[in-house]
Design a protein around this ligand. Structure first.
Ligand code: UDP
Length: 354
């Protein structure tokens, strides 16, 4: 049975800008796979969103502030001429043309609007618990509209105390884009938005101690934070590679000895971790958030005591114990577009049956 799906993108940045973090790739990948399966898909996204292959409806307006920059008790902010509000106004007008609306925004408004729509809404929540007001509305919708809340990991669901109510979807990548590389050069990698919750400084510190050059890929979302790292570690062997499109990112990432994943927050999942695995790159990650469900200890990487640079350094010494082929295999088994598509499709079908 084919469905008509309306995907509502993140309102914190246009698709392709990098501001949306992992959500950008998640939404494109799910859309791609649903189209391949014969479903109809339209993506509603802020103006400036680009995709060569996906149907996008661009919506003008002011961007939302990222939730990770807010304190726990902060209220909801909505700017004048809000792109989020404009996107949902569009959804309201076209809802009769769709069987299901899928919300990818970590925002209060779409959750709040759920009972006001005639078309059912599925919410794929992309981060763990950050603010009280979001926790409250997520719990409310999880209770009133059973089965409509999706998450990327059990650890993420636990931050909302909603392990039983959420559908865990992990994530998936188009593995045909990621090439397996078995001959790495003498480099470590760090990939992500350059922002405090990502803990880049610990990866830089471990590069300094081991002397192994660290290649850094990602958008400088917080320039001050980046400058401080450069000042604190003036002689660390690091190289900033820029924010690269997936095809180039995987080419460079594949050539690295390992990916260091050093989040300070409960990372909901960690797209970059499964992208690394897809290239055959082992993971050295803090024992935190979704990473604890991705890393197969001693087989595809190592989990390290959170915030321990020494732990990273020790794990780096054991990298030769990891078979890079096992990393690629884990990606093929759990994180292919097909595997992710099955999980997502089942989730949609359950919601539509109700
Ligand atoms: N990314 C990219 N080019 C880069 C660095 C990162 O496209 O040079 C993408 C990466 O593919 C991933 C996203 O940025 O999809 C980061 O997502 P992740 O889930 O790791 O973290 P988030 O930013 O959502 O917290």
């Amino acid at each position: 049975m084919y469905h008509k799906l309306l995907f509502m993108s993140t309102p914190i940045g246009s698709l392709g800008s990098g501001l949306g973090g992992g959500v950008e790739l998640t939404i494109s990948n799910i859309a791609k796979e649903m189209l391949r399966r014969g479903h109809q898909v339209k993506i509603v996204a802020p103006q400036g969103s680009i995709s060569s292959s996906l149907p996008i409806k661009e919506i003008p307006g002011e961007l939302q502030i990222p939730a990770q920059n807010q304190t726990r008790t902060e209220p909801i902010f909505i700017p004048k001429n809000s792109v989020l509000a404009n996107m949902w106004d569009y959804a309201r007008q076209v809802q009769a043309d769709y069987d299901l609306i899928v919300n990818f925004a970590y925002d209060w408004l779409p959750l709040y609007l759920t009972p006001f729509f005639n078309t059912p809404i599925a919410h794929l929540i992309s981060m763990g618990s950050l603010t009280d007001v979001m926790d409250q509305i997520i719990e409310q919708i999880a209770t009133q509209f059973t089965g409509t809340i999706g998450v990327h990991s059990q650890t993420q669901a636990a931050t909302f105390k909603l392990e039983q109510q959420c559908t865990c979807l992990l994530n998936g990548m188009d593995l045909s884009i990621y090439q397996f590389c078995n001959q790495p050069s003498y480099n470590l990698a760090w990939v992500g938005r350059i922002a405090p919750e990502k803990g880049l400084e610990d990866a830089v510190a471990s590069a300094k101690i081991t002397g192994i050059p660290l290649k850094i890929f990602g958008l400088k979302q917080d320039e001050t934070y980046w400058q401080k790292i450069c000042q604190d570690y003036p002689d660390a062997p690091i190289e900033y590679m820029g924010f690269l499109p997936t095809v180039e990112l995987q080419q460079q990432l594949g050539k690295c000895l390992a990916l260091l994943v050093t989040p300070r927050w409960v990372e909901a999942f960690g797209n970059v971790a499964i992208e690394a695995l897809a290239c055959g790159v082992p993971l050295i990650a803090y024992h935190r958030g979704g990473l604890t469900e991705i890393v197969q200890e001693g087989k595809t990487g190592f989990l390290v005591e959170p915030d321990s640079v020494q732990g990273l350094v020790e794990a780096i010494k054991h990298l030769d114990e990891i078979d890079r082929y096992a990393c690629r295999q884990q990606a093929e088994t759990n994180y292919s577009l097909e595997a992710m598509g099955d999980r997502v499709e089942q989730w949609f079908q359950k919601i539509l049956k109700k």
